[in-house]
Design a protein around this ligand. Structure first.
Ligand code: NAD
Length: 331
């Protein structure tokens, strides 16, 4: 099958090529898939995309006209694909459902520990020969209450690590995990977790019901001085409201691996450019904010799994016209 691989970085190509040339003819393209670049898909039966490719109804319509029948996503999340439009055009969409949930969970806990103990600040201070401890005092994790919002694959792994630290873990999800209940996790309503949690970490997908779930109102209900972590999707939080909460001290710290307007910025080297996003630039000025560029997934194991499952999805589409990892509009 001829596959147009959009948004290719050298590491994507490396992990695909390390699995051999295989039966699919890949065209590696650096641009992201957008209405402006969709013509590059012409002559391909499939497109391979990542989280910043924009497969809205217009793009899907153009893909159909270009002869594309399959979309394979190199990620678990699929909020960037208009699945209704794909279904209407008979375009089948498959993803990589769980490529490294533990890696994302470990990065999440890394953000918590670094913000708590000021490890990011110590690193840069000591490079300036500043060996003082002023402003670096943290707290013991044991006995602290952590709210885990979403206990799917990543949230479960986060809960397990935090239980190991001796934290009290309060969780919110539309489905309760029996194994977590048995391990000591307490399920509560979001309203009850907000005022109780010393640390709140988000692991729900981006859906209409979860969009901007952290906003002015929910921030007001949070425990004063809480830490907020988001390694899921940027649009789960209202960035403007979070900046105000940091300025007032209502939030003691913020760790985000994702950002509402990250498309076109994250994954790019813009060190010679002027970044035209005042909220993003404001976030980089806070000593108590760690911002990373959507890297929580980025482990060797994840890249190997993404390449393997993406190629399996293409094999399945080529052989049977269907894949076990398809996503549909109603999900
Ligand atoms: P998952 O599908 O296993 O779990 C999501 C959980 O959210 C499920 O348990 C589901 O019941 C729950 N949920 C859905 N809607 C809800 C709602 N309205 N209220 C409460 N709970 C709700 O997903 P996962 O593998 O754990 O991944 C979670 C998210 O992490 C993904 O959707 C993706 O956006 C993000 N992610 C980020 C990175 C990164 O590199 N930063 C990597 C992978 C995934």
């Amino acid at each position: 099958m001829k596959v147009a691989v959009f948004g290719t970085k050298p590491y994507d190509r490396q992990f695909f090529e390390s699995r051999g040339t295989g039966r699919h003819e890949k065209t590696y393209l650096e641009p992201r898939l957008t209405p402006d670049t969709v013509s590059l898909a012409e002559g391909h039966e499939a497109v391979c995309v990542f989280v910043h490719d924009n497969l809205n109804a217009e793009v899907i319509d153009n893909l159909k006209q270009s002869g594309v029948r399959y979309v394979v996503i190199r990620a678990a999340g699929f909020n960037n694909v208009d699945l209704g439009a794909a279904a209407r055009h008979g375009i089948r969409v498959a993803r990589v459902p769980a490529y490294a949930p533990d890696g994302v969970a470990e990065f999440t806990v890394g953000l918590i520990l670094s913000l708590n103990r000021g490890i990011h600040r110590a690193y840069s201070r000591i490079r300036n020969s500043n060996f003082s401890l002023d402003g670096l005092m943290g707290f013991n994790m044991r006995g602290k209450t952590v709210g885990v919002i979403g206990t799917g694959k990543i949230g479960q792994s986060v809960c397990q690590i935090l239980l190991g630290f001796g934290c009290r873990v309060l969780a919110f999800d539309v489905h309760k995990q029996e194994s977590l209940l048995q391990a000591g996790v307490e399920y509560r309503e979001l309203e009850d977790i907000l005022p109780a949690a010393d640390i709140l970490t988000l692991h729900v997908p981006l859906l209409p019901a979860t969009r901007r779930m952290i906003n002015e109102e929910t921030l007001r209900k949070m425990k004063s001085g809480a830490m907020l972590i988001n390694t899921s999707r940027g649009e789960l939080i209202d960035t403007g409201a979070v900046i105000e909460a940091l300025k007032s001290g209502r939030l003691s710290s913020l760790g985000i691996d994702v950002y509402e307007e990250e498309e076109g910025v994250f994954f790019e080297d813009l060190s010679n450019a002027i970044v035209d996003d005042d909220q993003l630039m404001r976030l980089t000025t806070f000593p108590n904010v760690i911002l990373s560029s959507h890297q929580a997934f980025f482990t060797r194991e994840a890249m190997e799994n993404i390449a393997r499952v993406t190629l399996e999805n293409l094999d399945a589409f080529a052989e049977t016209g269907a894949s076990p990892n398809e996503v549909h509009a109603q999900e």
